[in-house]
Design a protein around this ligand. Structure first.
Ligand code: PNS
Length: 190
């Protein structure tokens, strides 16, 4: 096990099974792993930073040496503020390599003492990205198996707020048949 702190930075919008796979691998080789969500992303995110923080905390609760945080500005500055020694990034396919190489070399130029370590997620997740998950979910396609169940549920709620209401009512004890009927009516009206 590598002593010290490693940072796994990213957008995590939303977290995928590929991210989780990498976090679990990273947690095995680093003494402490900080999953760091970028706050000032220019992209307009699907999930707020608070939502991503909550999802990642729930997903990694079983990993005692992993914690979730957010950061702003330069990643190397954030890493320095934590006394981290490594940056962890995942590489899925050759297509990731160019961008990751550029980023690793730029980070090295900015802070030569910080090493970037690349790990490969399980091959079954080699095509999974947050961008494609958002695209598939937004078009109404299934994302089962690509993201953890918690994320699947959040995507459903985000894209169809009626689901949230439905779950709340089910918890309150309303019958499933009634809810199905009401939802059919609501969809007809919409
Ligand atoms: O999940 P992503 O979107 O591929 O993560 C990219 C991220 C957040 C790691 C990268 O954009 C980043 O570190 N941004 C912070 C600003 C910074 O330090 N930029 C210089 C890196 S070359």
């Amino acid at each position: 096990m590598h002593k010290g702190i490693a940072i796994y930075p990213g957008s995590f919008d939303p977290p995928t099974n590929g991210h989780l796979d990498l976090i679990e691998r990273g947690a095995k080789i680093f003494e402490e792993l900080v999953v760091a969500i970028l706050r000032n992303s220019e992209k307009s995110p699907m999930f707020s930073v608070a939502e991503r923080l909550e999802m990642l905390r729930e997903l990694t609760g079983h990993l005692k040496n992993v914690r979730i945080d957010t950061f702003d500005g330069l990643m190397v500055e954030y890493a320095k503020s934590l006394d981290a020694t490594c940056i962890l990034r995942g590489i899925r396919a050759i297509s990731d390599y160019e961008y990751e190489l550029q980023m690793a070399l730029m980070n090295r130029k900015l802070e030569p003492t910080l090493e970037t370590v690349f790990m490969m997620p399980a091959d079954k997740y080699s095509y999974v990205s947050s961008r494609l998950v958002r695209e598939v979910a937004q078009a109404g396609g299934p994302v089962k198996g690509l993201v953890p169940e918690v994320v699947e549920q959040k995507l459903r709620e985000k894209l169809d707020p009626a689901y949230k209401l439905r779950d709340a009512r089910l918890i309150e004890g309303l019958g499933k048949k009634d809810l199905d009927k009401r939802e059919k009516k609501r969809k007809k009206k919409a």
